[in-house]
Design a protein around this ligand. Structure first.
Ligand SMILES: [Zn+2]
Length: 380
């Protein structure tokens, strides 16, 4: 593929950050309006209280075979597992509409897959893939959400999957010059902040737990990386790597009817669990948000404290989203997420605890300064 120069800007998020900067600097009324409109649309997006449409995306297809095993092509396994997953959802969750990006062996460009999801206003996007490695050693399943990679291994997976656009005509203009094979193309994802990150992570963890506990797969964890197909979708989304076609034992499992049924039912069960939990929590949040909120109060989930200032890119923060640090009494304190109500923060607290930070708790800031929950209550 030819090398295309130029960078993409993350449409919504860089604008958003820009606006906040403008707002802070000059009190620009238009920027303030923009932020307010953005935030209210964001609140609306999250208030969809039910999950009724899901897009199941079978990776690759047609002239794009994806990863190659000794006896298999990724595109065939992703299609089989995607169709089975969709069938389970259709059968056991009849209130959910399942949309497939492909139902047979055909080539569908990445941007088209995202377009299908966006046009149908899907509530979730699940992309199904298989991994491969130069060595036959690695095996196991992992699930990705959109974001900046924290290891070269994760970047490699995104590069491999994004290489699909090499089969597309006009990829240069479609993706604004994004070159999937250049590490510097991925730097832009530093700015990526998804309003759907928590939801995406939630399903990702649910899927991995199902893979591990119910299908006996090796759990390679939940990661973030810059996948174009997730980047272009305007909803929560995950990209599942079912296993390694380069590992003979795993390839055999992935090719088997039994293996495909197990993996598909695991994704289905995780989705069902996620949907039920989401709909339950949403009722709570919707109720809480009808109370008046104070714009100067922000709630975060504190999960870690250290005497040293640890970079936010550190491995230990890999499993939590939107990490920030503040200093108090000579200690560095690390938080995840930022919410306008304690109830929303409490919902996020569950996710952080699930990620392994059992002692996490909700803290509150007034105009950036830590206060106690009691003080916050008295302000209302
Ligand atoms: Zn793939």
């Amino acid at each position: 593929m030819q090398t295309i120069k130029g960078t993409i800007h993350c449409k919504y998020n860089s604008n958003f950050i820009q606006s906040i900067k403008m707002w802070k600097l000059g009190g620009n009324i238009f920027a303030l309006l923009f932020v307010m409109i953005f935030l209210s649309s964001q609140a609306l997006a999250q208030k969809g209280s039910r999950i009724t449409t899901v897009v199941i995306d079978a990776g690759h297809g047609g002239k794009d075979p994806g990863a190659m095993g000794k006896h298999s092509k990724e595109k065939d396994i992703t299609l089989a597992v995607a169709l089975k997953t969709g069938q389970y959802i259709e059968k056991y969750l009849p209130d959910v509409k399942v949309i497939y990006t492909r139902k047979d062996d055909r080539f569908v460009p990445l941007y088209k897959r995202a377009e299908i999801a966006n046009k149908n206003k899907a509530d979730f996007f699940i992309s199904i893939h298989c991994n491969a490695n130069k060595s036959s050693g690695p095996f196991g399943a992992e699930t990705y959400v959109m974001g900046l990679h924290k290891s070269k291994a994760n970047l490699d997976v995104a590069m491999m999957e994004n290489a699909s656009i090499m089969f597309e005509d006009n990829a240069g203009t479609t993706y604004d010059g994004f070159d999937p094979s250049l590490p510097q193309s991925y730097i832009q994802f530093t700015l990526f902040q998804s309003e759907y990150l928590d939801q995406s992570l939630q399903l990702a963890y649910d899927i991995q737990r199902q893979f591990k506990d119910r299908v006996g797969r090796r759990d390679r964890g939940v990661h973030q990386a810059g996948f174009l197909v997730l980047w272009k979708t305007a909803m929560p989304g995950v990209l599942v790597e079912l296993g390694y076609l380069s590992n003979p034992t795993e390839e055999k499992f992935l090719l088997s009817e039994k293996g495909q049924v197990y993996l598909a039912s695991a994704i289905y069960r995780a989705f069902k669990e996620y949907k039920q939990e989401f709909e339950k929590q949403n009722k709570v949040v919707a109720k809480a948000e009808t109370k008046t909120t104070r714009p100067d109060l922000k709630y975060r989930v504190q999960f870690y404290t250290n005497k040293k200032n640890i970079p936010l890119t550190n491995r230990r923060f890999k499993k939590v989203s939107d990490v920030q640090v503040y200093q108090q009494n000579g200690m560095y304190k690390y938080t995840s997420g930022e919410f306008s109500t304690p109830d929303s923060a409490n919902v996020h607290l569950k996710t952080v605890k699930k990620a392994g930070f059992k002692d996490a708790f909700v803290v509150v800031f007034k105009e950036g300064k830590r206060i106690t929950l009691k003080e916050a209550k008295q302000l209302k």
